[in-house]
Design a protein around this ligand. Sequence first.
Ligand code: C2E
Ligand code: MG
Ligand code: MG
Length: 547
Amino acid sequence: MFSLKAKAVGSKKRAERDIVALGIAVAAIIMFLGTGSSVMPQIARSWMFGAQAPDPILINALLLNIALVVFGLRRYRELIIEIEQRRAAEEIARELSEIDPLTGCLNRRSAAPATDKLIAKTDDEVAFMMIDLDNFKLINDLNGHKAGDHILQTTAKRIREGLPAGSVLARLGGDEFACVVNFKEASPDRIDQLAADIIERTSRPIDINSVPIEITISVGISSTMSIGEAEATNPDGDTLMHRADIAMYHAKKKGKNRYFWFENTMESELRFRNDIENGIRRGIADGAFVPYYEQQVDLDTGELVGFEMLARWNSPELGLVNPSVFIPVAEEIGLISPLSESLIAQAFADAKEWDPKLTLAVNISPIQLRDPWFSQKLLKLLVKENFPPERLEIEITESCLHENIGVVKSMITSLKNQGVKISLDDFGTGYSSLAQLRTLPFDRLKIDRSFVGELNAEEACDKIVNAIIALGDGLAMPVTAEGIEDERILSALRGKGQMKGQGYHYGRPEHAADVRKRLAGLGLLVADPVSGKPIDNASSERQTKSA
Ligand code: C2E
Ligand code: MG
Ligand code: MG
């Protein structure tokens, strides 16, 4: 701030000096014209014809006058050079303020104005392509920032080479680029081709220390072409950037390495997702996430053997929300661990009041298994809540097995050593190899409900279920069938050997208070250590209120 002020004062003083110098020069020239026109002929006459020389004072005044003119002209020339240098410096400063030094692209600040300029200049339509590198953070972390810079520079170069002349290319920050291209209204497919071409170019391996690194990009496209009734007409650069950003986010959601054109519905989807995200943050603090419980039954005897805890969100705005809505968001925003830990703690407290022979199964996200301290955290929670590890089963899905298998294995082993059981959930829907099944010490396979539900309708499902049961037999892993919806499915399963089952046929997932009522009816609540009687409904009411 101070230096800016000092500079301003300095340049003002210089300008004043320049005006004074110019004034002196002009006055000197006028004087020179005035005195020179009378004194010079006198001097010439005295030299040539020996006439009387002019007054020495006048001669001195003339010499002084000439010196002043020379000084003034020199200053004038310096002034011109100075102005030119200043103009060039200002041009460089302007360029620096508009250009990203790493890639030579325009920077974020100038992307929207450059788009506006292109829109104003052309009679064609204008497309804004938002490009984001997939998993760049990971690549950066793994290979170092120098490699990351090289990847960004190479990607910028490749995009630039693919763009038609007159297009704008900007780096919006981090691993985000934008291109602005004009196209004829009749041929938006040219932009599709361009997007596909950029995706292809940027996916070519980049050599980092002789190791080829492959990156992919996600692209969102918006354009000045009208796309719907509710659409604001003539979108400007900022609007195009905002829409392309939403479309790019959509491309990420749909699996990355692809492009999408902006559609109005994407904006409402994003708003809904933001609401969910904010709701989750608030919900965790407010204790709005509650465990529900689904019965697990021995299919042969029909006896209740335990419950699977399924998370529910008691949202003030949305009502009771299913986990498929909020678990993926909680995973993405890094809140799955605190959310899951709070649910598990509540479940331990609930299950402690059930008959000890009843097991408690909880689902664990693959994200939680990435945490090397996960097993310690779970064991600590068991100790804190004084819950017997033998009654706990954790359910993990096959997608966990794509993660670092060594870490998952050691985590599973340390939990098993403490008595916790491990089930492989939704078996048959992922990609677990038989080798992984043999290496990882699972205690149980859970047949995915998509096969069980179609048991009577599709012959292929019957064969798959038989094959999974045979596999479980061969590996000495008992199986649980999920999604038993009716008596027909149950009887089809009964003939297939000993197994556990669960599904709507036995009841929908229930609140802890309803589970207590059910267990009280079955005489399966633990006795009060003081009175020796089963815990009564007063405590169940307490739970209902607290939920
Ligand atoms: P899952 O572990 O496979 O749980 C079984 C899902 O199937 C539950 O859905 C349950 O309500 C549903 N279901 C049970 N019986 C039937 C049936 O007969 N027919 C049909 N069509 N569906 C049945 P829900 O509660 O919506 O949970 C969905 C998934 O969300 C769970 O699948 C599990 O993967 C995940 N999930 C639930 N709670 C948690 C949690 O606390 N943490 C994590 N990481 N994931 C959870
Ligand atoms: Mg499960
Ligand atoms: Mg399942």
